[in-house]
Design a protein around this ligand. Sequence first.
Ligand code: PGA
Length: 249
Amino acid sequence: MTAPRPLIAGNWKMNGLAASLDEARAVAAAIDERPPGARVAICPPATLISRLAEAIGGTGVEIGGQDCRAEQAGAFTGDVAAEMLADAGATLVILGHSERRAGYGETDALVAAKAGAAHRAGLEPIVCVGETLAEREAGRTLEIVTGQVRGSLPEILAGKAFSVAYEPVWAIGTGLTPTLEQIEEVHVAIRAVLVEMFAEHGKGVAILYGGSVKPSNASEILKLKDVGGALVGGASLKAADFLGIIEAA
Ligand code: PGA
């Protein structure tokens, strides 16, 4: 089976006002000029999705949300449904990011429900998993990560487009990254679980690495076995840095 194109997705987190659309426009223009080997996505705050779709819709840059509610509509003040993200112009959605697991108590079961909602709305989920530093130091990395993969991916995703992002919590926004051996070890373990869960389809699911990815380390990380792209936080906010990573893929 041929490997799918890697996916380089930028997670802007709670950053970005109208002026930030220029960074996205610069990314879209550069990609238009020199089409990259990778798929490229930008996940801005929900407030910018429709304006981003107007600014760069139809270019090679896909647009994603950063979270969604599992329900389709209702009395859930402040929340956003997967259908609303799709309606605004998103085609992807990040789910189960560690900042949501830690800050909002999101469990694997909730993340799985959200992934089901994403599928219902026609969005491609990027489901995040990753161990804390205490878990790694206790030698529990593979147990934690594979458990999260098993619990966060609903059966309905069988045969559907989705990806998994391995993001060690201690590597996010810290400038620290695991060794290349450590990254590969976890990706290979995630692949084994995906094949167990989804058989042949599991072999082609992209497993992104995330956590302090930058232009200077992207190339060596993206070459590793079973690394099928990157989820990029801080370095996705500036077009020049993000393009450096895209070119490395
Ligand atoms: P970072 O964030 O690249 O700033 O470490 C990655 C993420 O949280 O997705």
